[in-house]
Write a protein that binds this ligand. Structure first.
Ligand code: NAP
Length: 293
């Protein structure tokens, strides 16, 4: 199959491309210099000329502060270009898979959110991603939106799991937010779902996360440190400083607090997902291997 991947050098895109290549697919991976998502017409032309069977959009301005600083750019990259991809796919008949986020939810109430939970984002990033979901839904393309959350497991593009582990290995203090929870999700599980034959013909929105109960940042830190401790790589257990979301200095923009999504839709397709704890443990081991080599 010929797969066009936008955002191929990002945290998810990179791992997806490796998995797709291993599975024998032909890849088309434009850089932002070759196709700039601030220009939806360029994106549309690229898809129309690509002859791709499947288009995956893993590109986004994913940094929350960056979206707030330039809302127009976030709107173009995160909403208008995905909309252009969907319309172009409708024209060519290509399948379209777009990555979205738990940040489309308002996150006010604790607990696992179903796929029909109300979307009411609290920041520009979430708004731009929610807008994309609406535009893609209205495009009538053969499209599937995968909502993912708290992605970890690409050691070359560290997420919070790798950052915490890296600090702990250097005997630095670790900060852990106690009042924000979601579902950590391993990047290779996201890639596996995107490439799985069970998605054939599935349209709409699917929540692709690990399973189990919602985990706070603090819970995640505990799993990271416990597992690293059990592997014997910590010379001493680091000091863990608990924080509330509103106390995090580098967060200048609000984040939703409770955005854990249930993954029953994926399970119903016969696709297995690990627990959040398991995916963190894998990410810890992979980061240790990566930093040793
Ligand atoms: N990471 C998470 O925890 C998480 C959670 C929920 C949802 N998501 C969603 O999952 C998707 C992938 O996330 P990620 O973590 O892999 O993101 P990422 O590491 O930030 O990668 C984003 C990619 O988008 C590309 N990009 C940004 N602006 C562009 C532009 N103007 N033109 C062309 N390409 C552009 C970047 O290109 P360069 O390589 O040139 O910089 C990069 O390859 C996104 O849709 C994100 O919203 C991620």
């Amino acid at each position: 199959m010929k797969i066009l991947v936008f955002g191929a050098r990002g945290r998810v895109g990179e791992v997806l491309c490796t998995a797709a290549k291993e599975a024998g697919h032909e890849l088309l991976t434009p850089t932002r210099e070759q196709c700039d998502l601030t220009k939806p017409e360029e994106v549309s032309d690229f898809v129309l000329g690509s002859m791709a069977d499947l288009v995956v959009n893993s590109a986004a301005i994913s940094r929350v502060e960056e979206c707030e600083e330039d809302a127009l750019r976030a709107h173009m990259v995160n909403a208008m270009s995905p909309a252009a991809m969907a319309l172009a796919c409708r024209h060519t008949g290509a399948r379209f898979i777009h990555l979205s986020t738990d940040y489309v939810l308002d996150g006010r109430k604790p607990g696992l959110k179903g796929v029909n939970a109300r979307c009411k984002p609290v920041n520009t990033y979430g708004m731009s991603k929610a807008e994309a979901e609406i535009e893609i839904g209205e495009s009538n393309a053969e499209a599937l939106i995968l909502r993912i959350s708290w992605v970890c497991g690409n050691p070359a593009k560290p997420s919070f799991v790798e950052d915490v582990l890296s600090r702990a290995l250097r005997e630095q203090k670790v900060a852990a937010v106690v009042d924000q929870d979601s579902m950590p999700t391993h990047v290779r599980d996201v890639a596996r779902v995107i490439l799985s034959p069970q998605l054939k013909g599935v349209r709409g929105v699917l929540q692709v996360t690990s399973g189990g109960e919602p985990m706070s940042r603090y819970d995640c830190v505990q799993v990271i440190l416990e597992h690293a401790g059990a592997l014997g790589v910590l010379s001493k257990k680091p000091v863990v400083e608990t924080q509330r979301l509103r106390e995090v200095n580098c967060f200048r923009v609000p984040r939703p607090a409770h955005t854990a999504m249930d993954n029953s839709g994926v399970l119903a397709l016969g696709i297995l997902m690990p627990s959040g704890r398991e995916c963190i443990r894998r990410a810890v081991e992979e980061y240790l291997l990566y930093t040793r080599n």
